[in-house]
Design a binder for this molecule. Structure first.
Ligand code: UDP
Length: 337
């Protein structure tokens, strides 16, 4: 059964948030986006039935006015900073935004008796895993402030469950990638550090040659292996998690990945196949903090939420990212972050 009450989506103007909002609104759900537009783009919300509110998740007065007005059944919480490198040099910024600010949101949820919370967690909470594929039983031992800021919120959610019955779905994303195939919404980060858009930008001329961060890893081709999960599959998991909680399901902590590992060189080959162009490359050194191999075991999400990744062909995922770069917005929103 799909919930008919309004859903608050924080950070709904970001990359994964906007694809999720589009899916949820397209299913006829009433969506209210709260986003401070520090990294988000208001024009990534293309469904006119969605209410957009400019503001922060730490603003009690604003949150109370929204909860009074909308009677939310659930919150989907994306709003966070997500640059791993920056989190190392500016840890307090990450703990403030990703761990401390959501406390206001949770306080107001408790006040209003709203007890369903879907949370954007991350595979960065595992750190350097002691086993591949990574299951939810793999030890969570993050190696940077970003991962720790997210893991702490997972713990806080568990404590809120004990104290006042909050139920949560912690969705641990692997490498979000791809865009809507129609090229109407996509990924617009500034700076862009993620591999697929970065490689494509080397072809559009928006960035110089791609540096491969390390070619001496203990992997078949020497480059790092990741689990690239299509953003539309991620969006679908949020719909499943919302329904699971709305129907009285228990809290879940699940990996969202494909279960398939792809190397940096394989991504470059996929880009060359899609574009027909040769990617200009520089073979560089390893990037600090990059584990050689990160791949999800996604079976628990299938068991508990009935969710599975459906877009397993990396060439098609890259094609969708290329569609965004060549779509009407040419890979850039008009509203600047
Ligand atoms: N990577 C790379 N060159 C780049 C960007 C990324 O070689 O310009 C590699 C990076 O070392 C990692 C993989 O591509 O092994 C994915 O990196 P990304 O930053 O997209 O995501 P992460 O896995 O760090 O979350």
């Amino acid at each position: 059964m799909t919930d008919t009450r309004a859903i608050l989506v924080t950070g709904g103007a970001g990359y994964i948030g906007s694809h999720t909002v589009r899916l949820l609104a397209g299913e006829g759900r009433k969506i209210v986006v709260l986003d401070n537009l520090v990294h988000g783009h208001e024009d990534s919300i293309i469904d006119t039935a969605v209410d957009f509110v400019l503001g922060g998740i730490g603003d009690h007065a604003l949150l109370r006015s929204l909860f009074q007005r909308y009677d939310f059944s659930s919150v989907v919480h994306f709003a966070a900073f997500a640059y791993v490198g920056e989190s190392v040099t500016k840890p307090l910024k990450y703990y403030r935004n990703n761990t401390a600010e959501p406390l206001a949101l949770l306080e107001v949820m408790e006040e209003f008796g709203c007890k369903n919370f879907v949370f954007s967690s991350t595979c960065a909470t595992y750190g350097i895993p002691d086993q591949i594929p990574i299951t939810e039983k793999t030890r969570q031992s993050p190696i940077n402030s970003y991962g720790r800021s997210k893991l702490m919120l997972e713990w806080i959610l568990a404590d809120c469950e004990t104290a006042w019955g909050l139920r949560s779905a912690c969705l641990r994303y692997f490498n979000a990638s791809g865009c809507a195939e129609d090229g109407l919404i996509g990924e617009d980060h500034n700076p862009e550090t993620h591999l697929i858009p970065r490689v494509l930008m080397a072809l559009t001329g928006e960035a110089g040659p791609v540096e491969i961060f390390g070619t001496d890893y203990p992997t078949p081709d020497g480059t790092c292996i990741r689990d690239y999960i299509h953003v539309k599959d991620l969006a679908a998991a949020h719909a499943k998690a919302l329904d699971h909680l709305a129907n009285g399901g228990n809290s879940v902590r699940v990996n969202l990945g494909t279960g398939v590992g792809i190397s940096v060189k394989e991504i470059i080959s996929a880009v060359e196949k899609v574009t027909g162009q040769t990617v200009p490359l520089v073979l560089g050194n390893r990037r600090a903090g990059d584990p050689a191999h990160l791949v999800a075991d996604p079976s628990l999400a299938a068991e508990l939420l009935g969710w599975r990744a459906t877009r397993l062909d990396i060439v098609e995922t890259v094609r969708s990212a290329w569609a965004w770069m060549n779509g009407p917005k040419r890979g850039r929103y008009a509203t600047k972050s």
